[in-house]
Ligand binder design. Structure first.
Ligand SMILES: Cc1cc2nc3c(=O)[nH]c(=O)nc-3n(C[C@H](O)[C@H](O)[C@H](O)COP(=O)(O)OP(=O)(O)OC[C@H]3O[C@@H](n4cnc5c(N)ncnc54)[C@H](O)[C@@H]3O)c2cc1C
Length: 423
């Protein structure tokens, strides 16, 4: 296979840019205070000091601080906490069972590759989130070395038997992806045997082992507090006491797959999709992904993480399988797929024995039937949900967090008092 990367040195940029995306929060409109700032933790009873007004006594005023509790310290919870903390009035507390540094099959974020591959159908929420998040990841890769995000070339292959069956990332022969302006459709004479179509482009890859702590550091710099705590019922988190003595004004639920079992949420449309990966020392010099084939057994990808993070080889996409032990036969299959299609990962003439394995890993993607849930709770308008990001949590993280910030603002506005005639 000829790999002419010079032709592909163009960035994946949004051909339909959403020009309004801003990482920092805007100012939040002024509302009156109807809640005692010195309320005791554990108490949810408040008294009106203003006889002529009726109100919902839930929210601090915009001139005083708002106690915001985020449940979850995955990429979604951390990014959300960071954006919220950019408004000095927000006092943000992150509570989570697992934190960066931990590895658990149910804690998806550390297991991700994690790269940016546009996988959404155009016109969907996911596509919007991807396009908006790309701008931030691009900025981090080009200007913020401590974030440990870098640009990488990528090639994406569609097997002959998978034409028309895989998602939008994998285009068929004669077809062009919606991001055609920033990729090169590979000429048929360059394609390896069994491959019907391919595109090459430049995109970003994150090193989660360093990126998640980076997000924590940025949060800490802005005063975010972290507390290890497993929540049984979402209503318990509403009673959580902040260090300044206030209980939660607004709760953000960023528990990923945890929302399937978290009482008070129990979202039955969430389901785990098992991913298995191998971390190796080898560096092929570019990222690769290929469709799985009719037998479903030849899915493969590799991506080299930034800042010495090694290369992740995957993978699988096993719905409702929660086996935490790595399947070494499966690992051999996808390692072979990667070596066949990305031969520069080993020395000439070598097979998978040329891979220098550091460790195997298994994580569950928090997939949701209708895509991510980013909205106010149906019953309780001080709870904002942000979970269910499936296999694309990193590449949709910043835009998802920005939507939560907007919902916080709207929640506050909705809680303004309605004037009533004095009784
Ligand atoms: C193998 C693999 C490869 C992937 N590759 C990519 C990729 O290349 N690009 C990409 O964008 N995405 C990728 N993903 C998907 C990505 O990892 C997820 O979408 C993302 O990590 C989800 O983040 P999250 O914060 O919603 O959930 P999580 O990272 O799972 O975090 C959930 C948090 O909530 C906490 N929590 C849950 N329940 C409770 C509770 N009851 N009480 C307290 N705390 C609780 C957890 O402890 C944790 O802190 C991949 C995933 C896997 C498994």
């Amino acid at each position: 296979m000829k790999t002419d990367w010079a032709d592909a040195k163009r960035e994946v940029i949004n051909p339909h840019p959403v020009t309004t995306f801003v990482v920092s929060t805007d100012s939040i409109s002024i509302v009156k205070s109807f809640r005692s700032p010195s309320v005791d933790c554990g108490s949810t009873q408040f008294k009106s000091q203003l006889g002529s007004l009726s109100f919902t006594p839930k929210m601090s005023s915009s001139s005083e601080s708002r106690a915001i509790t985020v449940i979850g310290a995955g990429v979604i919870g951390l990014t959300t906490a960071l954006l919220l903390s950019k408004d000095a009035r927000n006092k943000v507390l992150v509570i989570a069972e697992f934190m960066p540094g931990d590895y658990d099959i149910g804690y998806a974020s550390p297991w991700a590759g994690a790269n940016f591959f546009p996988t959404a159908e155009q016109g969907t929420l996911q596509a919007q989130l991807e396009q908006e998040t790309w701008k931030v990841l691009k900025h981090l890769a080009s200007s913020v070395p401590e974030a440990c995000v870098h640009f990488q070339e990528a090639v994406v292959y569609t097997r002959e038997e998978d034409v028309g069956l895989a998602g939008p990332l994998f285009v068929g022969p004669g077809k062009e992806p919606w991001w055609k302006e920033v990729c090169r459709v590979v000429r048929s004479e360059e394609l390896p045997p069994g491959i019907a179509a391919a595109t090459k482009f430049k995109t970003a890859c994150i090193n989660p082992a360093l990126y998640l702590p980076y997000l924590v550091s940025e949060c800490r710099r802005r005063g975010v507090i972290f507390r290890r705590q497993k929540v049984g019922n979402i209503s318990d988190a509403q009673e959580v006491c902040h260090p300044n003595g206030k209980i939660t004004d607004i709760l953000v639920n960023a528990t990923g797959l945890g929302s399937k079992t978290l009482k008070g949420v129990e979202d039955s449309t969430l389901f785990p999709v098992r991913g298995q990966a191998v971390l190796v020392e080898n560096d092929p010099g570019y990222m690769m992904a290929v469709t799985s084939g009719r037998d479903g057994k030849r899915l493969g990808y590799c991506m080299t993480r930034a800042a010495g993070g090694g290369t992740i080889l995957g993978g699988c996409f096993q719905t409702d399988n929660v086996e935490s032990t790595a399947d070494f036969n499966l690992a051999s299959q996808f390692m072979k797929t990667v070596v066949d299609l990305c031969p520069s990962i080993v020395k000439p003439g070598q097979g998978i024995e040329g891979l220098k394995i550091i460790r195997h890993g298994v994580g569950l993607r928090p997939m949701r039937r209708d895509g991510p849930r980013i909205e106010l709770d149906d019953q309780n308008k001080t709870i904002i949900h942000c979970y269910g990001h499936g296999s694309y949590g990193y590449q949709t993280s910043w835009a998802s967090a920005e939507r939560v910030v907007k919902l916080v603002r709207e929640t506050e506005q909705a809680q303004q008092p309605t004037l009533k005639s004095p009784q």
